[in-house]
Design a protein around this ligand. Structure first.
Ligand SMILES: Nc1ncnc2c1ncn2[C@@H]1O[C@H](COP(=O)(O)OP(=O)(O)O)[C@@H](O)[C@H]1O
Ligand SMILES: [Mg+2]
Length: 373
């Protein structure tokens, strides 16, 4: 994975650290790929990333999270244990950001921590672990966490939340932002509306299928998929799934798009690399259906590093301008983390962070629970 593992600091004025008023925010995020924690320190406007880190989960945490999210089952003691371990990983990412940037904890207004989703049923329940109380205690920084449940309680999907931040980054210009995480989500901003929803799988099926056949976490640069051929019959069956036909608002997750879902469409005679190739095409086609010609499209998320997926997206949308969020000033790997820093700021200012046009909640809501020391 092409990731900036080392923290890069653009603002080096840390000499007066202890006497300066709190002015920055930290955002922490781990998505459905279950790969690890992305963390950023952003400026007061939440427009510039001052420091960034990626802290991969340990193999044990990855294994435990996969087992938990795929089976949907654990004991209360098991839940307490994984919650604590993942909170430690989130706190650690915040502490790495501080130590490597030279920015001190008292310069941070708050941490916005998305946590790790382990269960999501839009409109009913959404559960993120990495307890905010532990993060606040371990970092000494006020922490806002559990952003989704208030939207869900107000009748919303609880997802996607990032469209409000994408809209902010677009700065009143028209455009489309697409996050290629485990799931692909899209934000379409026109002069008169903001539409956002989960399109379907981006990396989650690709990651899980390669794991069944090779000792790899993901298909590096899409090379394995590139070696296969599209299985048209399989592709047609996958594309016919009801989720892709459903109109927004809608959200989804690996609870739905998983190997069990895929296996319903397989005959058992397919070459594994052909399935991988077909899954790339599924992602590329389902995304392309929502890109109209002559649109500025800004991609972000780990899927941007899948060169073959990007090749297919660019080819299917030759009449649009496909770029990345780097053009909007936020590196592709850190948009989501920065979004949760922005949401923490909004929560503390008692401003809502859900767009009812996106999540279908009855009303805008101030999101998250605040853990102060
Ligand atoms: N070099 C690469 N080649 C192919 N896929 C990659 C590469 N780097 C990252 N990815 C994909 O990106 C995923 C992580 O993306 P991320 O944005 O962190 O997703 P999430 O928000 O779901 O955690 C990995 O699981 C992998 O599928
Ligand atoms: Mg991730």
């Amino acid at each position: 994975m092409i990731r900036a593992r080392a923290v890069q600091v653009k603002n080096t004025k840390t000499v007066m650290a202890d006497t300066m008023p709190a002015q920055y925010y930290i955002g922490l995020m781990s998505g459905t790929s279950l790969d690890g924690v992305d963390g950023v320190i952003v400026d007061y406007q939440c427009q510039k990333v001052l420091a960034q880190t990626y802290q991969p989960y340990s193999e044990q945490i990855k294994q435990d999270l996969r087992q938990l999210t795929q089976s949907g089952e654990t004991s209360l003691a098991g839940l307490a244990d994984i919650d604590t371990q993942v909170a430690n990983a989130f706190s650690n990412a915040a502490l790495v950001l501080l130590s490597e940037s030279g920015i001190s904890a008292n310069q941070i207004v708050a941490i916005g921590s998305h946590g790790q989703t382990i269960y999501h049923q839009g409109g009913y329940y959404s559960m993120q672990i990495a307890h905010g109380a532990l993060i606040a205690e371990q970092t000494g920084i006020k922490t806002v966490a559990d952003f989704r449940m208030q939207d869900v309680a107000a009748g919303g999907q609880g997802a996607p939340l990032t469209p409000m931040y994408h809209h902010f980054l677009l700065n009143n210009t028209r455009g489309v932002v697409i996050n290629l995480g485990g799931i692909a989500n899209i934000t379409q901003v026109t002069d008169s509306s903001i539409v956002g929803f989960d399109i379907g799988p981006a990396n989650t099926l690709l990651d899980n299928w390669i794991k069944c056949h090779k000792p790899l976490d993901y298909d590096q640069n899409g090379l394995w998929s590139k070696s296969g051929l599209i299985d048209q019959a399989l592709l047609d069956k996958l594309l016919a799934d009801g989720y892709f036909q459903q109109l927004p608002p809608k959200s989804t997750g690996p609870e739905y798009f998983n190997l069990k879902w895929l296996s319903r469409f397989l005959t058992g005679n397919e070459a594994p690399e052909d399935v991988q190739r077909t899954l790339v095409e599924l992602t590329a086609i389902t995304i392309s259906r929502h890109i109209t010609d002559n649109t500025k499209v800004y991609l972000c998320g780990g899927g941007v590093h899948n060169a073959f997926l990007i090749e297919r997206l660019t080819c299917l949308n030759a009449d649009s301008n496909i770029m990345t969020t780097n053009e909007l000033g936020i590196h592709v790997d850190y948009v989501e983390a920065a979004a949760f820093a922005y949401f923490a700021k909004r929560t503390l200012a008692q401003q809502p962070s859900n767009l009812t046009s996106v999540t279908n909640a009855k009303r805008s809501r101030i999101l998250g629970a605040i853990y102060a020391n």
